[in-house]
Design a protein around this ligand. Structure first.
Ligand code: ATR
Length: 274
């Protein structure tokens, strides 16, 4: 039986053990997926020691994604694009850093609206933290021609745009977010606003395009205030749990050698556990 898991600090809140274990059970695959609490102070040593263990691989969550990337012998293209890893696995005696967030973000989006619409549309991304980097990386890989970034603290959006430095990406001040929302075909909330216990995102959807899609990366609550407002306005939505499930799928395949089942949907099971 193969053993894999997820490393974080703290780790008790992670839904990954539940999700991977559920897939293992449905496939009747021998194996286990467990949480590992890894102190950031010892993370590099812990990751490097993976090669000497029988653990087939691990997912990595906050705040260890940079340490994971730096601990590996080699990195996949997607991990290199982001400079952080959310997945470490062993291949031919080497520890490989990978990142499934690009695929996890893009898969539900492609399933919902298709690559053609993404490649002809304009996207508004809200937030300039770690989640936004993965979102921008994925949108650029998909060939989105126009991406506007806004963040509550303007300087952080400007600095991220400068770092990425491609002509299709620009920042607008927070004070101009309504104007940016009105011209977007896709609006992505990659900020922490709207998370349970935090204030809702201060953005009105009144002047949005009727065809706009609203993608909120937050999954607690299941329907965020932004998604509620979108649905009330008749707009299509995607939620963060779809990304969570989609980023877990390639890891499962890497660890256990079999793709997770597609005929059953873990969404309700995960929400029941939240
Ligand atoms: P992560 O790395 O997971 O994305 P983070 O670095 O804490 O998390 O980033 C949180 C993002 O949410 C930031 O862009 C933050 O904006 P600031 O840069 O101004 O802090 C944004 N954010 C948090 N609360 C917000 C709120 N109430 N309204 C708008 N943006 C918010």
């Amino acid at each position: 039986p193969k053993l894999a898991g997820v490393c974080g600090w703290p780790i008790h809140h992670s839904l990954s053990p539940l999700l991977h274990s559920w897939w293992l059970k449905h496939l009747a695959l021998p194996g286990a997926y467990v949480p590992f609490a890894v102190d950031p102070k010892t993370a590099v040593a812990a990751f490097r020691s993976l090669k000497q263990t029988s653990i087939v691989g691990v997912n990595v969550t906050l705040p260890l994604k940079t340490a994971a990337f730096e601990s590996a012998d080699i990195a996949t293209e997607d991990a290199q694009k982001l400079g952080v890893a959310n997945c470490l696995y062993k291949s031919r005696g080497q520890l490989v850093a990978h990142n499934t967030d690009l695929e996890g973000f893009a898969a539900p989006l492609i399933a919902k609206i298709g690559v053609d619409r993404l490649q002809s549309g304009s996207v508004l991304v809200i937030g300039a933290g770690g989640a936004s980097r993965a979102v921008l990386g994925a949108l650029l890989s998909l060939g989105v021609p126009e991406i506007c970034l806004v963040n509550r603290t303007d300087a952080k959006a400007e600095s991220l745009v400068d770092q990425v430095n491609v002509p299709s990406l620009y920042a607008l001040p927070w004070s101009r977010r309504q104007e940016a929302a009105a011209r977007a075909d896709l609006i992505i909330n990659a900020s922490a606003a709207g998370m349970s216990g935090k204030p809702a995102l201060d953005l009105s959807l009144e002047d949005c395009r009727d065809s706009a899609l609203i993608y909120d990366l937050i999954y607690t609550p299941r329907v965020t205030p932004l998604m509620k407002a979108a649905q009330a306005r008749g707009l299509d939505t995607l939620g963060g749990l779809e990304m969570l499930i989609a980023q877990a799928r390639p890891s499962f395949k890497l660890f256990y050698g079999v793709a997770p089942p597609t005929d059953i949907d873990p969404t309700d099971m995960l929400f029941a556990a939240l």
